[in-house]
Design a protein around this ligand. Structure first.
Ligand code: MOS
Length: 765
């Protein structure tokens, strides 16, 4: 993957003929259980309360952790007095940098290191240095959570404060400009943008800002941790099981095999559920106290310890000729990324793939501040990026006097605008047509501010969404066929609510020619074969490739052990296929033997194979993106400035949809995050002190039921011939473009262009 990334960084896409592969997955057109509306396999346990989450794992002799957070952004601890806390009732241990065990810096998560999960590169509780306001300075362990919380208030810290850099505007002056954004180059100047801008018939040039945002999964971060016989066992809520195990092994020294991470259920992640300080500090405190420890973060601790989406300021300029064809696309921007952050939020990637502009001028700068590391949050890069680009497209359409949908139609990319590589599959305008019909786009009036009902001004808006296709190498799956002919599929994959096991069970059943009730899928534990993280909307494709490779091995193994007495004797693996619970001759199925019969004759109780997803060569050859068309209809009160979103329609072009029910939930959840981004979400920072002020759901507003309108989800369902199962990712695309569609609808309703998220009512009155 390092090589894939390196080559892409240097030369962009390579010609198709340079690399092997490219035969479409035979399951692309086969519709057995895939594509059906299957309910979640984990649904009944969740509804009954039988699903055990990380903070619910029972353990004898358990201690509860509470954290003391620093109250300055930079400096050192001059003195820390833990005597009152240590003497408080129920307290077993107070850990500070003075008695914490030696721990090395967390190995950072990266595309080239899928066995690591760290989100920042700072030492954790190894010295008296303070590096952000909210850093943990003491861990209190007590017999009950309440005793720990109380004792934490008794820790007295005196600081030698140093001047801290906590202001965005000041940080911009000394911004840094790295050459790489993910696997693309940062500075792009192509096609002579300055000349194109000078000659253009129409131009717009505006600055858009998006705030710092925090993930707020319904389940706050938690881990139940024990050292048993020298082995570190972590029941975690994570979307990076093997990454967490691998990182903890490095941090604490023992071999990777000695760390076990289990995470069968995760109550939402959105990018936040990786390795942060709490698991590391919990494991360290458990080691010191020699007792099991539960860490369950409060919302306040979450906001102080788990990084969120970076704050951005983006300038977008667009130039077009008289018929609306883009001559120039400029996207410059600043985003907060402390130097210790791992997450490279490429918000300027958006404009490189969506539209066929004749010229490009793109660069992204980073602001280093003394703050908590920023991190991955659903659709990192594209989520803030589409807000800027797609509002700008709406502004351009208005300037030209053209329907905004028509402007997209004239400019939609038919191949990669920068490299010229062909799309693997792309039908964004079909998605636009589906969405436009559903919302009734022809009812929209081009002139803003003229549709009204009483005090309410009514408007409609649209915007594109996009997210790249990703597939991770090295993801492994074991398939075991048992004596009764059932298939057991296992991998250390993740379930954050998206339906991982549900969809892969459908996949395995179709691939192996078995009915659903003869397939089980086990995920969520580091003892299972390696799986990369559940991130970048890549997990489904990674697992699908691994299952596909394992089933090829399974054919070969079955034929080998079937020997010469089978009706299949003499056939090559390429001349057989799976069907009806066994192996048959291709096409006519004239010769066949069931799995159970093959195993019985071979005297085997079971047969196991492991398959692995290979290098994602397809992304080097093709421009691969999920895209969407977002539509919104809303009303704005002329009296209060309040926005009421009446309808959201999302039409998605993401390859083939594997499960209508779980996909629809994914898309809706993503769109609700986009709604929150548009209207309410904002992490409030006191720029004087670097202190986060919004530390509860009362301060950080996520949409509640009353805020969420009727949401309709549609999809093109066109298989992508370059991906496993013909599917692309659907986890993150749902959020991209939604905030722009809403802001564009606000403009259509009111004539007011708000370029600063969230769209709170003070900006509209
Ligand atoms: Mo995602 S932000 O890769 O969970």
């Amino acid at each position: 993957n390092a090589i894939v990334g390196g080559v892409r960084a240097v030369i962009g896409h390579v010609p198709e003929s340079w690399l092997p592969g490219g035969t479409p997955d035979p399951l692309i057109d086969k519709r057995v259980t895939l594509g059906e509306q299957q309910s979640r396999v984990d649904g009944p346990d969740k509804v009954r309360g039988a699903a055990r989450f990380a903070a619910e794992v029972a353990m004898e002799n358990l201690l509860y952790a509470a954290f003391v957070h620093s109250t300055i952004a930079r400096g050192r601890i001059a003195d820390i007095d833990v005597s009152a806390a240590a003497a408080a009732s129920g307290v077993a241990l107070v850990m500070t940098y003075r008695n914490a065990p030696k721990m090395s810096v967390p190995p950072p998560i990266g595309m080239t290191n899928l066995k690591a999960a760290g989100n920042h590169t700072l030492p954790i509780m190894q010295d008296p240095e303070i590096r952000w306001n909210g850093q943990v300075v003491a861990v209190v362990l007590a017999e009950t959570r309440e005793q720990a919380d109380h004792a934490a208030t008794l820790v007295r810290v005196r600081y030698d404060a140093a001047p801290a850099r906590t202001r965005f505007e000041e940080g911009k002056a000394s911004a840094y400009t790295p050459e790489s954004i993910l696997v693309e180059r940062n500075r792009i100047e192509k096609g002579g943008p300055s000349r194109k801008f000078a000659e253009a018939a129409f131009k717009i040039d505006a600055v858009y800002t998006t705030p710092w945002e925090n993930h707020n999964p319904i389940e706050p971060h938690a881990a139940t941790i024990v050292w048993r016989d020298g082995k570190l066992i972590v029941h975690d809520a994570t979307q990076m099981i093997h990454g967490t195990a691998g990182s903890l092994a490095k941090i604490f020294g023992p071999n990777a095999g000695d760390v076990e991470v289990s995470s069968p259920y995760v109550g939402g992640g959105f990018g936040a559920k990786g390795l942060w300080d709490h698991q590391i500090l919990g494991a360290a405190a458990a080691k010191l106290a020699d007792r099991p420890v539960r860490v369950a973060l409060s919302r306040a601790s979450m906001h102080r310890l788990i990084g969120g989406r970076m704050q951005t300021e983006q300038r977008v300029a667009l130039a077009a000729n008289a018929d609306g064809k883009l001559n120039g696309l400029l996207h410059h921007g600043f985003g907060v990324r402390p130097l210790h952050s791992i997450c490279d939020e490429g918000f300027t990637l958006t404009g490189r793939s969506l539209y066929a502009s004749e010229s490009f001028d793109i660069v992204q700068h980073y602001v280093d501040l003394d703050l908590l590391a920023n991190s991955f949050m659903r659709g990192p890069g594209e989520t803030p990026g589409t807000f800027a680009i797609e509002c700008a497209m709406d502004e351009l359409a208005h300037a030209i006097g053209m329907d905004p949908l028509e402007l997209r139609r004239r400019n939609v990319a038919t191949r990669d605008p920068l490299s010229g590589a062909p799309h693997s599959q792309s039908a964004m305008m079909e998605a636009y047509d589906l969405g436009a019909t559903r919302i009734g786009w022809d009812r929209r009036l081009a002139e803003p501010g003229v549709r009204r009902e009483g005090e309410w001004l009514i408007g409609m808006g649209c915007a594109s969404g996009t997210f790249p296709f990703m597939r991770m190498p090295g993801t492994s799956v074991r398939i075991t066929i048992d004596a009764s002919g059932h298939a057991h599929v296992s991998s250390a994959a993740h379930e954050m609510g998206m339906g991982t096991a549900t969809v892969q069970r459908q996949h395995a059943a179709d691939r192996l020619g078995l009915p659903l009730d003869r397939v089980t899928v086990t995920i969520g534990d580091s003892s299972l074969p390696f799986a990369s993280f559940a991130g970048g909307s890549s997990q489904t494709a990674s697992l699908a490739a691994a299952i596909s490779s394992a089933s090829a091995k399974l054919v070969a193994e079955l034929m080998r052990i079937a020997g010469n007495d089978t009706p299949l004797a003499g056939l090559k693996p390429s001349e057989v296929e799976f069907s009806d619970g066994g192996v048959c001759s291709v096409g006519d199925h004239a010769r066949q033997e069931s799995f159970a019969s093959i195993l019985r004759r071979a005297n085997r109780s079971d047969l196991s194979v492991v398959g692995e997803s290979g290098a994602p060569l397809e992304i080097m050859k093709y421009s691969m993106h999920s895209t969407s068309a977002n539509f919104c209809e809303l009303r704005v009160s002329e009296v209060t400035g309040e926005i009421r979103v009446d309808r959201l329609v999302g039409a998605f072009d993401c390859g083939r949809i594997l499960n209508a029910k779980t996909a629809s939930s994914q898309f809706k959840g993503g769109m609700i995050m986009g709604l929150g981004m548009a209207l309410t979400e904002e992490t409030l920072l006191d720029e004087r002190t670097g202190r986060i002020l919004s530390t509860s759901l009362a301060d950080y507003h996520v949409p509640v039921h009353l805020d969420v309108p009727d949401i309709e989800v549609l999809w093109t369902d066109i298989p992508d011939p370059r991906t496993p199962l013909g599917a692309r990712g659907i986890g993150e695309i749902g959020t991209t473009g939604v905030a722009a569609a809403i802001a564009n609808a606000v403009f259509n309703a009111t004539g007011k262009r708000v370029r600063d998220l969230p769209l709170t009512l003070d900006k509209l009155v």
